[in-house]
Design a protein around this ligand. Structure first.
Ligand code: GLA
Length: 418
């Protein structure tokens, strides 16, 4: 038997940064959205940016099942530094808030089976005004390697935009020269979009993940604007994602103040469909059981971490529903149905209306992931019921021999069996 492949054009993930990291989207915790630049340790010791915050978060990540669910990186954002470099010109942590220094914190985080992320900036200063790395890329990369840091978030403030590419590439090389595997998280496209369309081939060869969009806020309107931007730019950004390099729509804000339970499910579902890094920014020391359960939902995490490494995309907009689909390994397909109608009650949507259902001839194995996990068996059709601003998720597996592929235009192409 011969397989004849009828494919218009297969996605290939050309030229990802080859440092062996981020083969699947990064999972962890990052301080920015929830804790921002709170440096008031005298008045707010529980929540200020200090070694204590990261040690406590690392402890909770181990004790409360976060590490075992896959969240491995504990990441420091802006405001960890002292206001100036040391006598030898090296970055230094604020001695009052990080008395043990970053190396000791890294040792602690590693002893808990986790990894440590740190933050710096490609330009003259960080966005909060601390020393930037411009002119010091090798020295800073070396410092981070000596501290045994595992991830660098490299921001793009205070930089001539025409030099952004050069700066990000040079830091990538500097990290590589240290010989330590340091996951490289960039904001290059975000700062370049203001002036021109970024070169995603170069970005993919340079970074393990990259922010395209302004900062996420703790609100449904922020999540919606990220989804809308991603859908309208999907032809540009989706092909650049794959093992080794991912589009980063910014932190998960689940467990904070701004999203309803349905909206939290929507963020989790769509971030998994978008193959986004899952970097939570919340207070894991005090999170509701419901948000925790969602963030640790192994079925959604399974979609996020699928080894095929293809980013999903919006395939249909109909009747105030949006359908997003992500091809998974073993010929499976994840389908998310987002109800964008923010008035009224739950509405039903028939999966036969999705492009992906075309592969269900004569039927598909249907596993519902959200609103609740349920194995539905072989079905010739299936309806989901979706709350306003909520998202239903199913995984479908074709029952027949016919195989399908996804072409560049995001369409399902049949692979004939001769
Ligand atoms: C920028 C980044 C944020 C955060 C802040 C820190 O706004 O996009 O993610 O790192 O800087 O100052």
């Amino acid at each position: 038997m011969l397989w004849l492949v009828v494919v218009v054009g297969l996605w290939s993930h050309a030229g990802a940064l080859d440092n062996g990291l981020a083969k699947i989207p990064t999972m962890g915790w990052l301080h920015w959205e929830r804790f921002m630049c709170n440096i008031n340790c005298d008045t707010d010791p529980e929540n200020c940016i200090s070694e204590r915050l990261f040690m406590q978060m690392a402890d909770v990540m181990v004790d409360e099942g976060w590490r075992d669910a896959g969240y491995r990186y504990v990441c420091i954002d802006d405001c960890w530094m002292y206001s100036s470099r040391d006598a030898r010109g090296r970055l230094q942590a604020d001695p009052g808030r990080f008395p043990g220094g970053i190396k000791k914190l890294a040792d602690y985080v590693h002893s808990r089976g986790l990894k440590l992320g740190i933050y710096a900036d490609v330009g003259k200063t960080t966005c909060a005004g601390y020393p930037g790395s411009l002119g010091h890329y090798d020295m800073d990369a070396q410092t981070f390697a000596e501290w045994e840091v595992d991830l660098l978030k490299f921001d793009g403030c205070s930089m001539d935009w025409t030099l952004l590419g050069e700066g990000y590439v040079n830091m990538s090389k500097a990290l590589n020269r240290t010989g330590r595997q340091i996951l490289y998280s960039c904001e290059w496209p975000l700062y370049e979009w203001r002036f021109q369309k970024p070169n995603y081939t170069a970005i993919g060869e340079t970074c393990n993940q990259w922010r395209n969009l302004p900062d996420v806020y703790d609100s449904w309107s922020s999540i919606k604007s990220i989804l809308d931007w991603t859908a309208t730019h999907q032809d540009v950004v989706v092909p650049s994602a794959g093992p080794g390099g991912w589009n980063d729509p910014d932190m998960l804000v689940i467990g904070n103040f701004g999203l309803s339970p349905d909206q939290e499910e929507s963020q989790m579902a769509l971030w998994a469909i978008m193959a986004a890094p899952l970097l939570m920014s919340n207070d894991l020391r005090a999170i509701s059981p419901r948000s925790k359960q969602l963030l640790q939902n192994r079925h959604i995490i399974g979609i996020s971490q699928d080894p095929l490494g293809k980013q999903g995309y919006r395939t249909t907009k109909v009747d105030r529903f949006e359908v997003w689909e992500r091809p998974l390994s073993n010929s499976k397909l994840a389908i998310a149905v987002l109800n964008r109608q923010e008035i009224g009650g739950p509405r039903t949507f028939s999966l036969q209306e999705t492009p992906g259902w075309k592969m269900c001839k004569p039927h598909c194995q249907v596993t519902q992931i959200l609103p609740k996990y349920e194995e539905m068996g072989l079905k010739t059709g299936h309806q989901v019921c979706v709350n306003p601003s909520g998202t239903a998720v199913v995984i479908i597996t074709p029952s027949s021999q016919a195989k399908f592929r996804i072409n560049e235009m995001h369409l399902l192409e049949k692979v004939e069996v001769l």
